[in-house]
Structures are given as structure tokens and as C-alpha cells.
Design a protein around this ligand. Structure first.
Ligand code: GTP
Ligand code: MG
Length: 365
């Protein structure tokens, strides 16, 4: 039975990064997971999404972060580039805590990186040329994608790998049928809009388009406007990966981590390392230009602001919206005309800013 293409009824939530990655898309996805029937992810294992489950930290590189909802189906979509070792390790690790094997589905058309492609990528020196990690972790994602585009005989798809057989399913059909049942599906974007192959500053980009529309296309879902919510995840301080990873936006000033620490008035030094390769990230002041450009192309219906604590460390991991944070959120809303609905003040704290605002109004009223 095919999906009833004419009746568009369910809801699609696309979680997209508005800057250069590491905006905290994983944690926003995890926050939303209780209301989601299906989580979808595509792209490669170069993006690590940090989430917490029962106090334990996980960095998800291939499986959708929605797995923390035991009732949700998990999709590795048609546009995925799979690193098999990473995927199998992740399946075992997660399955030991919360069974996922029966609800994880991999599209037979997804591509699988071969050891030869991985070696070939190392030889290109790409990691050195454009900075390591989100742009290239040397997993072979760029090479596998290039060979896919060239339609080389050496390409391997999920349907060709015996160990993946138990998970194979037509995930595009599944997702669209899920929507026809009026359910909510969530597409977990990887990396950030600024790293898009098409929209970013070439060559300091990743190997695919990372815009909201492209994310939906890569899992076979239409961006029909009546059913899409786009959550634009935005850091107070954008980062880029270590090394020669490209400029920040022109209205943004590159900072040191000691600057960030002082500005936030944090008693402890603030510093960030990449989730996958553990190198020190580059950091900058917020770029309104970059943010508005990301709004224009991705059309977020709401904004999730992360790293509120970098504006005022007294709010760190607290359900507290202090004056500097409130001022920043107001600035984003007035410049873009888009509501901020979620705010993060630490890796494990997400504030429903809509509810917070309503409470304040009720108190004042
Ligand atoms: P990529 O696709 O790799 O860009 O993933 P991502 O957007 O899910 O982000 P990632 O997990 O790589 O990086 C975000 C990091 O910031 C993680 O270590 C989170 O635990 C942490 N984090 C998320 N939100 C906040 C926040 O509000 N404050 C602080 N201090 N850390 C946060
Ligand atoms: Mg990451």
C-alpha cells in the first residue's frame, strides 16, 4: 500500500542548525522526543549529537536522538552515508539501555562507506585543507558521496550489506504513511546551515546541502507548508571547527575562550572541544547577518536559542532567564519577527520559553 499522497495531515518538525554546527540540535531533538512518533536522520557520522539519558551522556553519530522515546520509530534515511563500524557500535551501546533493534529502520538505498573510500579520503588531505571535524572527520563521507555522484561500481548500498538486512525497510514509505496517520515526525538536521555545500563559504563546507528543505528531501519528505514546523537552533556564540576552517560572518568577531569566560563572568574557564575529534573549537560573537540569512533560506517557524549561559553564567543549568539573556532573545525576535520558543542554559537544561513568558504575563496581569 502506498502513502495517500493527496491528504497531507501529519506534522513534520525539522530541527536545523542556523550557524556552523554544534548548535545543540541533538539536545533540542531529545527535548522534543516525547511527542514524536518517528525520528529521521540522514547525512554521515561526521556529526555527533550530544544527548543525556538517565544522566548518561551519548554522542549520537548515526542513530536519531529520538531513540530516548521508547515508542518512537528510528529511521536512517535514504540520503544517509553510513559508517558501518560506528553504526553497529552505536546500536549495541544504545540497545543495552533501551531496546531499539526492533524499531530501527535503514533505507536500502542509503550508501555505506567502504574501507577503500576511507583510505582514499585520507589521501586527499581534505581534513588539513579545510579544517577537521564537522567539515571532514576523515570518515570517508566526502569520498563516498563523490563516488555516489559519479555512480561508480565501487559504491555499496545498505541493501548490499548482509549485517544490515534485519533493519532494511522502505523508510520513505514508512515516513509518509506515518504522516498520513496524523502523527508527528522529526527530522534531525546535522551540522549547520553555514556549512552547506551550496550556501556556505566554499570550500569550508560539508559534502551536502544542510538547509531545512534539503534535510527533508534527504529523507523523502515534502516541505509542504501546511505541515512543516522548522526549528532554527541558534547559538549565542557561533563556533567553527579547529584549524583552517573558514571565516565567520563579516559582522562577527572571533573570540578566545578566555574572552567568552570573562564575558559570561564564569568562575571556571569555558572551553569547547569537538564531540567527535576532541579538538578545540573556534568561537565568535553572534552574527545578526548570518542569522537573518539563515532565517531567509530556512524559514524557521520558531527559534531555539542555545548557550544562554555564555551570556550570563549565573543562569548556567538553571531554569532562569536573566536580563542579558532576555535582551538577546528580544533582539533576535525583533530582528527576525520569529518567536523564540525554547532556550537552553546548559547541556541538560531546556526552558520552554513560551510557557515561561506566559507565566510572567500572568504574574504581571
Ligand atoms: P552537530 O550536528 O555535530 O553540529 O551536533 P549538535 O548541534 O547536536 O551539537 P553537538 O552535540 O555537537 O554540540 C553541542 C555541545 O554543546 C554539546 O556538548 C552539548 O552538550 C552542549 N550544549 C548544548 N546546549 C548547551 C547550552 O545551552 N549551554 C552549554 N554550555 N552547552 C550546551
Ligand atoms: Mg557535533
Amino acid at each position: 500500500m502506498i502513502a495517500r499522497c493527496t491528504e497531507k495531515r501529519g506534522r513534520v518538525t525539522i530541527v536545523v542548525g542556523m550557524q556552523y554546527g554544534s548548535e545543540g540540535k541533538g539536545s533540542i531533538t531529545a527535548y522534543l522526543s516525547p511527542v514524536v512518533s518517528m525520528g529521521l536522520r540522514s547525512g554521515g557520522a561526521n556529526a555527533g549529537h550530544t544527548i543525556y539519558f538517565r544522566g548518561k551522556k551519548f554522542v549520537m553519530r548515526q542513530i536519531p536522538s529520538v531513540w530516548i522515546n521508547p515508542n518512537a520509530q528510528l529511521i536512517v534515511g535514504v540520503g544517509a552515508i553510513i559508517s558501518p563500524d560506528i553504526l553497529f557500535k552505536e546500536i549495541e551501546e544504545v540497545n543495552a539501555l533501551l531496546p531499539i533493534k526492533h524499531r530501527l529502520f535503514i533505507d536500502p538505498r542509503a550508501h555505506v562507506i567502504t574501507p577503500k573510500q576511507q583510505i582514499a579520503e585520507m589521501r586527499t588531505g581534505l581534513a588539513k585543507r579545510i579544517g577537521s571535524t564537522s567539515a571532514t572527520t576523515g570518515e570517508g563521507i566526502g569520498t563516498a558521496t563523490a563516488e555516489k555522484i559519479l555512480r561508480k561500481a565501487s559504491c555499496v548500498q545498505a541493501k548490499d550489506v548482509a549485517e544490515l538486512k534485519p533493519y532494511l525497510a522502505d523508510t520513505v514509505m514508512m515516513a509518509n504513511q506515518c504522516l498520513d496517520r496524523d502523527e508527528v515526525v522529526l527530522i534531525e538536521g546535522t551540522q549547520g546551515f553555514g556549512l552547506s555545500l551550496d550556501h556556505g563559504r566554499f570550500p569550508f563546507v560539508t559534502s551536502r546541502d544542510t538547509s531545512a528543505t534539503a534535510l527533508a528531501a534527504s529523507v523523502g519528505i515534502s516541505t509542504h507548508e501546511s505541515w512543516v514546523d522548522v526549528i532554527g537552533v541558534t547559538r549565542t556564540h557561533p563556533i567553527r571547527v579547529a584549524g583552517n576552517s573558514g571565516d565567520f560572518d563579516p559582522d562577527s568577531l572571533e573570540l578566545t575562550w578566555s574572552d567568552v569566560t570573562k564575558r559570561a563572568a564564569s568562575p571556571k574557564p569555558i572551553i569547547e572541544h569537538t564531540s567527535v575529534t576532541k579538538k578545540i573549537r573556534r568561537v565568535a560573537t553572534f552574527s545578526m547577518q548570518g542569522f537573518l540569512n539563515a532565517c531567509m533560506v530556512n524559514r524557521p517557524t520558531e527559534i531555539a536559542v542555545t548557550f544562554g549561559d555564555y551570556l550570563d553564567w549565573s543562569a548556567h543549568e538553571k531554569e532562569k532567564v536573566t536580563h542579558p539573556i532576555e535582551k538577546f532573545l528580544g533582539l533576535l525576535e525583533s530582528a527576525s519577527g520569529i518567536r523564540v520558543t525554547l532556550l537552553k542554559t546548559g547541556p541538560q537544561t531546556t526552558i520552554d520559553f513560551d510557557a515561561y513568558r506566559e507565566n510572567i504575563f500572568r504574574k504581571i496581569g
